[in-house]
Write a protein that binds this ligand. Structure first.
Ligand code: ASP
Length: 313
C-alpha cells in the first residue's frame, strides 16, 4: 500500500480563532500539497520524490511558515531550515540558516544527491544553491504582512515565539502555533522517505537552528522502521531526540508506529513541556498523526482510497 501524510504545523489551533475563509485556505493548501505528492506515488514514483513534491506546494503557499511566508528572525529577515531523508539508503540532506532560496527542500535534496555531505549551513549552503542552479528569490518574495506584524510585536524583546496568528503580546505568549511543513511517504515498493521545511520561530536569534533540519530529530526515515516529520517547539524536540526515538522504540522494543509515536509525543515530549506533534508512516503504508497541542494541520491519502484533511483535535 502506498501512502502519503503531510502536516502544516501544530499548536494552539482552535476553531474559535478561525474564520471560515482562513480555514478553507488552509484546507485547500493541504489538499493541493497532498494531490501533488500522491500523484507521484500513483505514477510509480519514489517516496523521496513524493515528499519533495508535496513540500514544494506548501513552501510556495504564503500561509505556511516555510519558503514564501516564513517567519522573521530577530534581525528582521527570513532564515530557513529543511531536511530530506531516503529510508531505502539512509541517504539524507539538510540545510540551515539559508536565505532567498525559493524551495529549501529542493536545496536539501541537492545536498543529499550531489554534495558528498549531509548538512550545509548559512553562506556555504547559499553558495552551493547558486552553484547548483537552485531557484532564488528576492527578499520581497518571502514577505508576508501578518508574519511581519507578528515579529514587530516582539522584536524589541528577547522573546522568541512559535508561529502564530495573533498580534497582541499577551496573546503571543498564550497562543502558540507552529506552521512548519512536513511530509512522509511509503511508495509502492515499500520504500520510505521524510521531509521537513520551516522558517523556524518568530524573533529567533540570528543563527538559531531548530529541530526540523536535524536528522533523527525533526526528520528521519528508515525502511526498517518508519518515516517521521515533526513540528513544534524545536528546542524540546532536539532534547528528546524525537524522530529517531520513534524508530528505536519500533526497532528495539517492537512497538507499532502508533504506539511509538504516542510514547514520544504524549510522554517524553510532554514531560519536557514540548508542545507539538509528528506524522509517521511505516513500511506497510500504515500511518499515524499524533500531537499534544490543540491542533495540527494534517492530511493523508493511501492507495486503499482512504483520505482525510484535518485541523483540530
Ligand atoms: N519545529 C520548528 C522549529 O522549532 C517550528 C515549528 O514546527 O513550527 O524551528
Amino acid at each position: 500500500m502506498h501512502t502519503l501524510v503531510i502536516h502544516g504545523g501544530a499548536g494552539t489551533i482552535v476553531k474559535d480563532d478561525m474564520t471560515p475563509e482562513l480555514e478553507k485556505a488552509y484546507m485547500d493548501g493541504l489538499r493541493d500539497a497532498l494531490s501533488a505528492g500522491f500523484a507521484v506515488l500513483e505514477e510509480g514514483g519514489t517516496a523521496v520524490n513524493a515528499v519533495k513534491a508535496a513540500l514544494v506546494v506548501l513552501e510556495d503557499h504564503i500561509l505556511f511558515n516555510a519558503g514564501r511566508g516564513a517567519v522573521f528572525t530577530k534581525k528582521g529577515v527570513q532564515e530557513m531550515d529543511a531536511a530530506i531523508m531516503d529510508g531505502s539508503s539512509l541517504a539524507a540532506g539538510a540545510v540551515a540558516g539559508i536565505r532567498n532560496v525559493r524551495n529549501p527542500i529542493e536545496l536539501a535534496a541537492e545536498v543529499m544527491r550531489n554534495s558528498n555531505h549531509v548538512f550545509l549551513s548559512g553562506k556555504g549552503a547559499n553558495d552551493f544553491a547558486i552553484k547548483q542552479g537552485i531557484k532564488l528569490e528576492p527578499d520581497e518574495y518571502f514577505f508576508s504582512q501578518f508574519r511581519y506584524d507578528q515579529w514587530k510585536a516582539i522584536r524589541d524583546s528577547d522573546r522568541y515565539s512559535l508561529d502564530h496568528t495573533h498580534l497582541h503580546l499577551e496573546e503571543l505568549m498564550r497562543d502558540k502555533k507552529f506552521g512548519t511543513v512536513g511530509a512522509v511517504a511509503c511508495d509502492a515498493q515499500g520504500h520510505l522517505a521524510a521531509a521537513t521545511s520551516t522558517g523556524g520561530m518568530t524573533n529567533k536569534k540570528y543563527g538559531r537552528i531548530g529541530d526540523s533540519p536535524l536528522i533523527g530529530i525533526g526528520t528521519y526515515a528508515n525502511d526498517a522502521t518508519c518515516a517521521i516529520s515533526c513540528t513544534g517547539h524545536g528546542e524540546m524536540f532536539i532534547r528528546a531526540v524525537a524522530s529517531y526515538d520513534v524508530s528505536c522504540l519500533m526497532e528495539y522494543r517492537q512497538l507499532s508506529l502508533q504506539e511509538a509515536m504516542d510514547v514520544v509525543v504524549n510522554k517524553k515530549l510532554k514531560s519536557l513541556n514540548g508542545e507539538g506533534g509528528m506524522i509517521g508512516v511505516d513500511g506497510k503504508g500504515q500511518h499515524a498523526m499524533v500531537f499534544n497541542s490543540a491542533g495540527m494541520y494534517r492530511a493523508y491519502k493511501n492507495s486503499r482510497g482512504e483520505t482525510d484533511v484535518l485541523i483540530y483535535r
